[in-house]
Design a protein around this ligand. Structure first.
Ligand SMILES: NC(=O)c1ccc[n+]([C@@H]2O[C@H](COP(=O)([O-])OP(=O)(O)OC[C@H]3O[C@@H](n4cnc5c(N)ncnc54)[C@H](OP(=O)(O)O)[C@@H]3O)[C@@H](O)[C@H]2O)c1
Length: 210
């Protein structure tokens, strides 16, 4: 069975991905700030804040000792904030850019040596152009940046597939951080996880809107 490595594995979408893949018999490496949450789902749990270069390198090193080459690599960490630019603290800007963009760079870079020959890297993005709304500058900028990062990465890593998955709304704790109502059309995390897995099996690259 193939092997996956998932960052942001304790989140609504990340955890659903761990559950789906583990249920299908995959070997799953799960990286989280609190990996104890994932006990019982996978034995391959690692702790890291994705914005901490040293912690990421330690987690990836530990994963390299345990896991076969990684076929499916997923970046499902992320954070959101609703704050007008005029009021946003520098630390808040750094937190949102860190979780959504810098963490993607750090975890990708450290993980490249672990990838199987034709691995698939999937990064959780968002409809960045629709997010250019009052209060959403940091999140929208980070997600637009993630798409640019992934497009350049795909041209560097031609032996691998790179996909930015852009979900619409998914019912996860992320929505509790913004003064927005979850749309009735929101997907369950398990449904999104299944669609991500379908994209892996279909070999979808580039940007995938779900
Ligand atoms: N839910 C949606 O409707 C939706 C729509 C479009 C895109 N997305 C994207 O999908 C991804 C997953 O979102 P979600 O809905 O699953 O959100 P979530 O339930 O809030 O999960 C996000 C996860 O990211 C982790 N994280 C944040 N900052 C981190 C850091 N510095 N280091 C390590 N982990 C960090 C969080 O860790 P802790 O548990 O430790 O806080 C949390 O487990 C995000 O990139 C989000 O932007 C979601």
């Amino acid at each position: 069975m193939p092997t996956a490595l998932i960052f942001g594995a304790s989140g609504g979408i990340g955890r659903a991905l761990v559950e789906r893949l583990a249920a299908d018999g995959w070997t799953v490496g799960a990286v989280s700030r609190h990996p104890g949450d994932l006990a019982g789902l996978t034995d391959h749990r690692y702790e890291a804040d994705v914005t901490d270069a040293f912690a990421v390198s330690q987690a990836v090193y530990a994963a390299a000792q345990e896991l076969p080459p990684v076929d499916l690599w997923i970046y499902a960490a992320g954070d959101i904030l609703a704050s007008p630019v005029a009021e946003m603290e520098p630390a808040a800007w750094a937190r949102i850019l860190g979780a959504n963009l810098t963490g993607a760079y750090l975890t990708t870079q450290q993980s490249l040596p672990l990838l199987a020959e034709r691995a698939h890297l999937i990064l959780l993005g968002a409809y960045s152009e629709r997010l250019q709304l009052p209060g959403m500058s940091a999140y929208a900028a980070a997600k637009a940046g993630l798409e640019a990062f992934a497009a350049a990465l795909a041209k560097e890593q031609r032996k691998h597939r790179v996909t930015v998955v852009r979900p619409g709304a998914v019912a996860t704790p992320l929505w509790e951080k913004v003064p927005l109502r979850l749309p009735r059309t929101a997907l369950a995390p398990a449904e999104l996880a299944q669609r991500v897995l379908d994209a892996y099996h279909a070999g979808v690259t580039g940007t995938l809107d779900l």
